[in-house]
Design a protein around this ligand. Structure first.
Ligand code: B3K
Ligand code: ZN
Length: 866
């Protein structure tokens, strides 16, 4: 397979002004007839259409049937040459959605048909210039059996509908021009729940969620989140919705979370369906975030789209930033920041340190599906957040207004986005642009010095970015450093930089722009604790050794919630390291610090839960040059147990205080209470049989999935094996009719460092609840195992690796996207201790040698073996 290069980009020669599609859905096969209005807009008279796994039935140009002499049919293209200024092109193809297991293009999921076209799925439907810079007005006619498929949907507004000879015909028209990747079609026997939204200019919008009949009682929350998103985008970005109808459809078989098709979002059912009995608080929060994310794409992605797929972060980074701000506004902004930064540091830093490291604007790819990554999404969002820090809320809004106004209806580049920010604010962002082009995680070394006599503090910063595949000698970046000084009293003291470039009182941000820079501050009357990179103001690694006592102090006093949490994490990382060396003992100062956190009832309980949670095994691994997962697991377990024992009375009291009967509400305050309650339970049950009994009681009496699942997790982790299994069996009996709950049941055991052994995983692959065709099931079993049950995945004999490689080889043939994603843990082989890393490498090699690899798997495996 050949790599596609950004440098080779060429504008299209032809535009498709109008696209008429007619779908005839038949049992076993579907025919697609297209009529394209072509207009020459660029150099050349050649039209290249993309197509994959299509049966070509006929082509007509301006009414004349073409023969094979008139075009060149390549492997995945159909080329017409010698064209004039305008034409009408008609193409008929036949496709087989029932046989489509890749879940790209048009496919069957249960009893329904649906589509997934981003990034390059439309070419599996018909021959078309399947590239985002070709934008067209779509009209779609769908014909299908009226009884089996009473609901037929596509983008835009409904135009007409009739039933003739048992066939239903509907026509949809989308007035907004769009690239083919935003096309969608759904056919099924679905139930709908309706609602309404009045836009800021007073237009009425019909909101509809379509689901399978058994799920109608799980649609309320998504509709609520949708309305809140629509209002928020009006208020915060001045963006109004632009069609009379907005639809969401829930689909069980889906490769990712959801898709922002114009006016017709399609969701993985796990990311949209919820009721209190079946969905956890985490699921509610995920639904809120994803509904918002897809809705926000209507402007950042659909109205203004990407010129080519190298610009993917233009829509994804910006939209993740938008949904993160929305979630922060709806819930606790500090907790949201902790969650996002923690995930970035765990997963994105690992990607940056591995063979698939790439810039937020990549230079090349083999398979674009491999680039829907945490780097494009989350690091991309961090870059937009830094722009927001640099420009301020008002300046940023001026920039986004200009961007949307200037580029509405266009397919543009990341550079166009930055340019709008520059033009609206009159700043030079040339150095800032490097964030998009340089891969790797920057490291910032910090030295501080305090001169008591002069009442002066200096901070020396040095930055460097390590080499990554294909990139060396990186340049200094523009790094916003938000900071504060904390006095002995615990209060913040005023920070007055001697060089106040860009410094503002409210932002408290230093602009660190050279390889090395020293900042000095006068009028500092006592030696403060320096709190750096508050709010995680830049996606960098920080090397700054705070003393243990400074960390304990920050854990109790830092006014910045993120750094307060991070201080605790640093303390705990240190404990775990000591535990691994057999030298850990919780000292009384540590206990006092934790005690003060847990007993501070003025704090947000959700925040307390985060302050008391140990860093994950994956994050601990990420902080090491080379790591031994089993040692990390054991060290962390020891610290967990010591904390549980030392604070047993606190945890018990905390649990009892918060375990009050209350009707379930997915509201921030209730979620916060449950999160701390269940964290307290997990510690309490670790240290005493009373805690286990409390977990059993909660498991039995819970009226909501948050509490039931938390109790089940505690039992799986702390109860003896027989009791754990008993709870799992009872849970399955209770919930086996509900596939989304069963997925959680699979995850809790397959991701467990207690139960998730390779033997157990093999057993679950044979279970009636498992299905290789369904990505959610694959993720719940194999994904949970390889990403969470680390001590089993990395078992000494290499069985965990073999199991994963077997799954990848199998899925490579049926669903390459899922195969390639699942593979990620193996790509980290160089970071493991040698005994493990050579076993991992051998499995990568075995995948490589297994023959006929998809582009998806080939790209990841070949880059990993370099
Ligand atoms: N844009 C889609 C992702 C499509 C992934 C294609 N492999 C979902 C989202 O980011 O909103
Ligand atoms: Zn997105």
């Amino acid at each position: 397979p050949k790599a596609i290069q950004l440098a080779d980009y060429q504008a299209p020669a032809y535009e498709v002004t109008d696209t008429h599609l007619k779908f005839e859905l038949n049992d076993g096969y579907t025919q697609v007839h297209s009529v394209l209005t072509l207009k020459q807009v660029g150099d050349g008279n050649e039209l290249v259409l993309n197509g994959q796994d299509l049966e070509l039935l006929s082509i007509r140009l301006d009414g004349n049937e073409l023969t094979t002499d008139d075009y060149v049919l390549g492997d995945e293209t159909l080329t017409l040459s010698g064209l004039g200024a305008s034409h009408t092109l008609e193409i008929s193809t036949q496709i087989y959605p029932e046989k489509n297991t890749a879940l790209e293009g048009l496919y069957r999921s249960g009893g329904m048909y649906c589509t997934q076209c981003e990034a390059e799925g439309f070419r599996r439907i018909t021959y078309y210039p399947d590239r985002p810079d070709v934008m067209s007005v779509f009209t779609t006619e769908i014909i299908a059996d009226a009884e089996q498929f009473p609901v037929l949907l596509s983008n835009g507004n409904p135009v007409s509908e009739k039933t003739e000879d048992g066939k239903k015909h509907v026509v949809w028209h989308d007035p907004h021009k769009k690239p083919a990747y935003l096309f969608a079609l759904v056919a099924g026997d679905l139930q709908v729940r309706d609602d309404h939204f009045t836009t800021c200019s007073g237009r009425e919008v019909l909101l509809r969620i379509f689901v399978e009949p058994q799920n109608v009682d799980k649609t309320e929350y998504a509709l609520d989140a949708l309305k809140r998103s629509m209002r928020w985008d009006e208020e915060v970005y001045g963006r109004e919705y632009d069609l009379d109808i907005f639809m969401i459809v829930a689909v069980d078989d889906f490769n990712m979370g959801a898709m922002e098709n114009k006016g017709l979002n399609i969701f993985n059912s796990s990311c949209v369906l919820a009721n209190p009995a079946t969905a956890t608080d985490a699921a509610y929060q995920r639904i809120e975030a994803i509904v918002a994310h897809e809705y926000f794409h209507n402007w950042s992605g659909n109205r203004v789209t990407c010129r080519d797929w190298f610009q993917l972060s233009l829509k994804e980074g910006f939209t993740v930033f938008r949904d993160a701000c929305f979630s922060a506004d709806m819930n606790s902004s500090t907790v949201k920041r902790i969650e996002d930064a923690s995930m970035l540091r765990t997963v994105q830093f690992a990607e940056d340190g591995g063979p698939m490291a790439h810039p937020v604007q990549p230079d090349s790819y083999i398979e674009i599906s491999n680039f829907y990554t945490v780097t494009i999404y989350e690091k991309g969002a961090e870059i937009v957040r830094m722009l927001h820090k640099i420009l301020g809320a008002e300046g940023f809004r001026k920039g986004s207004d200009l961007y949307f106004e200037r580029h509405d209806g266009q397919a543009v580049t990341i550079n166009d986005f930055v340019q709008a920010m520059e033009d609206a604010n009159g700043v030079d962002l040339s150095q800032f642009r490097l964030w998009y082009k340089q891969s790797g995680t920057p490291v910032v070394e910090v030295l501080t010095q305090y001169d008591h006599a002069a009442e002066r503090l200096t901070i020396n910063l040095r930055q460097s970015t390590p080499d990554t595949p294909g990139q060396t000698n990186k340049k200094p970046l523009w790094i916003p450093v938000q900071l504060g000084f904390i006095a002995h009293s615990g209060e913040d003291i005023e920070v007055r930089p001697d060089q106040p470039d860009f410094w503002t009182e409210e932002s408290q941000v230093l602009h660190f722009r050279e390889a090395e820079q020293t900042f000095s501050f006068g009028g500092v009357i006592e030696e403060p604790v320096v709190s750096l990179f508050r709010d995680f103001s830049a996606p960098v690694r920080i090397n700054y050794q705070h003393s243990q006592s400074a960390l304990r102090f920050m854990l109790q006093h830092d006014s910045d919630g993120f750094n307060r949490w991070d201080a605790g994490q640093q303390l705990m990382l240190h404990w775990i390291e000591l535990a691994e060396k057999g030298r850990f003992k919780l000292v009384k100062e540590d206990i006092a610090a934790l005690h003060s956190v847990i007993s501070d009832e003025s704090l947000d309980p959700a925040m307390v839960a985060y302050l008391l949670a140990l860093p994950s095994e994956a994050y601990i691994a990420e902080t090491r040059k080379s790591y031994d997962p089993v040692a990390i697991h054991n060290g962390r377990e020891q610290v967990l147990s010591e904390v549980a024992e030392a604070l047993i009375e606190d945890f018990k009291a905390c649990y009892e205080r918060l375990n009050v009967p209350a009707e379930y509400q997915p509201a921030p305050a209730d979620m916060a209470r449950r999160s701390l309650k269940n964290l307290a339970l997990s510690y309490w049950a670790r240290a005493s049989s009373d805690g286990i009994e409390a977990a059993k009681a909660q498991f039995k009496s819970a009226d909501n999935m948050t509490d039931q699942m938390a109790a089940l997790r505690v039992l799986v982790t702390c109860a003896d094996q027989a009791e754990a299994q008993e709870a799992l069996n009872a849970f399955y009996e209770q919930w086996k009719h509900d596939s989304l709950v069963v997925n959680q049941w699979l995850t809790v055991q397959c991701g467990s460092s207690r139960l998730g052994s390779p033997d157990h995983i093999e057993k679950m692959l044979e279970h009636e609840a498992f299905d290789w065709r369904n990505p959610n099931k694959v993720r719940s079993v194999i994904g949970a195992f390889a990403n969470q049950a680390l001590c089993h995945f990395h078992s000494e004999n290499g069985r965990g690796y073999r199991l994963l490689a077997d799954a990848v080889i199998r899925l490579n043939a049926s669903n390459p996207q899922i195969a390639s994603r699942l593979l990620t843990p193996l790509t980290r082989w160089k970071r493991l201790v040698p005994s493990q890393s050579h076993l991992m490498k051998a499995e990568l090699q075995r995948i490589m040698d297994s023959g006929s690899l998809s582009k998806d798997v080939y790209e990841v495996v070949s880059k990993s073996l370099v």
